[in-house]
Design a protein around this ligand. Structure first.
Ligand SMILES: N[C@@H](CCC(=O)N[C@@H](CS)C(=O)NCC(=O)O)C(=O)O
Length: 237
C-alpha cells in the first residue's frame, strides 16, 4: 500500500478520534455530593465512557465564567454530551436513561415510566428535603451547634417516609419491578448516608433488603459508598 493510503487512513482515524472526543460525555461535580453520586452511579450502571471533573465544595470552580455558562445556578451536577448541556440531577438521570438505556433503566412503557417518575418526584419533594435537613442538621453541623429537637423530629419524619418506600418494595425487588430502573437512583443513593451516618434509625425490612442488593452492585459500591467523613462537622461547602 502506498504512503498516500497510510496517510489517508491515519487522517481518518484522527478524524474519528476527534469526533469521539467531541461527543464525549463530561460530568462536572464533586464526588462527595449526593446529587453528583446519583449521576456517577447511573453512568456506571449503563457502562458509558465519560470524563469527570470534581467541581464545587473544596474543589471550587463554580464561580468561573465558563461554569456559569454551563449552569447559571452555579450548582453541580452538570452534564455535557456533545452540544447538549443538562443540569439538575433528575433531569440528567432522565436524559441519560432515555438516551442510552431505553427499555433498561428508562421504562419505555408509559405506565411503568409514570411509576418511576412518581418516585423520583417524591424523592425531590418529600424525601430529599427531610434527608438534607438531617444530614446537614446532624452530620454537617458541629456537635455544639446541633438542634437535637429538630434532629429527632426529622428522624421521625424520615421514618414515615422510608416506611412508605418499604410498602412500595413489598413483593418487588426494585421500585418499579424486578429490575433496576432510574426510579431507584435518587432514593437508593440516600440509603448509604442515612444508614451509615452514625444515627440509630429504623431499618424497614424491604428497604433494608433493597439496600443490601444495591450494595452488591459494583457501580453502587464505587460511586455511592464513598466515605464522607471529610464532611463531618463542616457547614461550609
Ligand atoms: N436540585 C439540584 C441541587 C443542586 C445542588 O444544590 N448541588 C449542590 C451539591 S449537592 C451544590 O452544587 N453545592 C455547591 C457546592 O458543592 O459547592 C440537583 O438535584 O442537581
Amino acid at each position: 500500500m502506498s504512503n498516500v493510503y497510510y496517510i489517508l487512513f491515519a487522517l481518518f482515524d484522527l478524524q474519528c478520534l476527534l469526533v469521539m472526543l467531541r461527543a464525549m460525555i463530561h460530568l462536572y461535580g464533586r464526588h462527595t455530593s449526593y446529587n453528583v453520586q446519583k449521576v456517577l452511579w447511573l453512568l456506571d450502571e449503563i457502562g458509558l465512557p465519560y470524563q469527570h471533573s470534581n467541581l464545587g465544595g473544596t474543589f471550587g470552580g463554580l464561580d468561573t465564567d465558563t461554569f456559569g455558562q454551563l449552569n447559571p445556578h452555579r450548582r453541580v451536577p452538570v452534564l455535557t454530551d456533545g452540544p447538549t448541556t443538562v443540569w439538575e440531577s433528575h433531569a440528567i438521570i432522565r436524559y441519560l436513561a432515555a438516551t442510552y438505556s431505553p427499555a433498561g433503566l428508562w421504562p419505555v412503557e408509559a405506565r411503568e415510566r409514570a411509576i418511576a417518575d412518581q418516585w423520583m418526584e417524591w424523592a425531590t419533594n418529600s424525601l430529599m428535603p427531610a434527608f438534607g435537613r438531617l444530614f446537614w442538621g446532624y452530620y454537617r453541623t458541629p456537635e455544639t451547634q446541633r438542634n437535637h429537637a429538630a434532629i429527632e423530629a426529622t428522624i421521625k419524619e424520615l421514618t414515615v417516609l422510608y416506611r412508605t418506600l418499604d410498602d412500595q418494595l413489598d413483593g418487588r425487588a426494585f421500585l418499579v419491578g424486578d429490575a433496576l430502573t432510574m426510579a431507584d437512583i435518587p432514593a437508593g443513593t440516600s440509603l448509604y448516608r442515612y444508614f451509615e451516618m452514625g444515627l440509630t434509625v429504623e431499618r424497614p425490612a424491604n428497604v433494608w433488603r433493597w439496600y443490601e442488593s444495591l450494595r452488591m452492585r459494583p457501580a453502587y459500591q464505587e460511586r455511592v459508598m464513598d466515605p464522607f467523613e471529610e464532611l463531618y462537622g463542616r457547614l461550609a461547602y
